[in-house]
Design a binder for this molecule. Structure first.
Ligand SMILES: CC(=O)SCCNC(=O)CCNC(=O)[C@H](O)C(C)(C)COP(=O)(O)OP(=O)(O)OC[C@H]1O[C@@H](n2cnc3c(N)ncnc32)[C@H](O)[C@@H]1OP(=O)(O)O
Length: 184
């Protein structure tokens, strides 16, 4: 199985973000191009399969035993659609993924054929929490969605995480969150 460094989306999207438009405060200041000593923030690539990508995701929910082949197939599908922005933070000394988050853009006929953004799978490895990485990931994806001209961006989270997302301007809505779950 060929796992490589091909990015899921164009990395220049991250470099070209206008970080001055970010609304959450960072102290000390970090940004997508300078996420902290020994860390890089970049799009997901298939080589991340062997860098603990699933280990990080498993701290959020059940991942199942995904093979390299299944992972690559899903990655290729996501890349082809151009609507998936999975970002990762890598510890370059350990060559391990320590955080990840996903933005998905959904195409609409409404709002003049606009797009809507969804934030999913935000997770920071437990040993790296409290270093502003979660804030960096969500700020980055929120700015990307704005740059991509999404008319809104939404997410679902546990009540204990509401205060975290409020930092970026997300507000609880009156709409009920409904689901029909077929399996875990
Ligand atoms: C849409 C979704 O994916 S929801 C799922 C969210 N993910 C999870 O629940 C997985 C387990 N949790 C985690 O991975 C992490 O704790 C995260 C992603 C919630 C936060 O990541 P961290 O890197 O630890 O947070 P970070 O250091 O960026 O914290 C930033 C700020 O938020 C605050 N904060 C961190 N976690 C929380 C929380 N759960 N609730 C409220 N505030 C929080 C911090 O105190 C800090 O405040 P400050 O900027 O005023 O000092």
């Amino acid at each position: 199985m060929l796992l490589d460094e091909t990015p899921l989306f164009e990395p220049s999207l991250l470099q070209e973000l206008d970080w001055s438009k970010n609304t959450a405060p960072f102290s000390p200041p970090i940004s997508p191009s300078s996420p902290g000593e020994g860390l890089v923030l970049r799009p997901l690539c298939t080589a991340d399969y062997n860098r603990g990508f699933f280990k990080v995701l498993s701290q959020l929910t059940q991942t199942g035993d995904v093979t390299a082949e299944q992972f690559t197939k899903k990655f290729e599908h996501m890349k082809k659609t151009g609507d998936y922005y999975v970002i990762v933070v890598e510890d370059t000394a350990l060559r391990q993924i320590v955080a990840t988050a996903t933005l998905i853009t959904e195409h609409k006929f409404i709002h003049s054929c606009s797009k809507r953004g969804r934030v999913e799978e935000v997770v920071v490895s437990d040993v790296c929490r409290g270093k502003q990485l979660g804030k960096l990931l969500v700020s980055t994806l929120t700015l990307i969605s704005k740059k991509l001209k999404c008319y809104k961006i939404t997410l679902e989270c546990a009540p204990k995480n509401v205060a975290f997302y409020e930092k970026f301007g997300y507000a609880a809505s009156d709409e009920a969150y409904m689901q029909c779950r077929f399996f875990d």
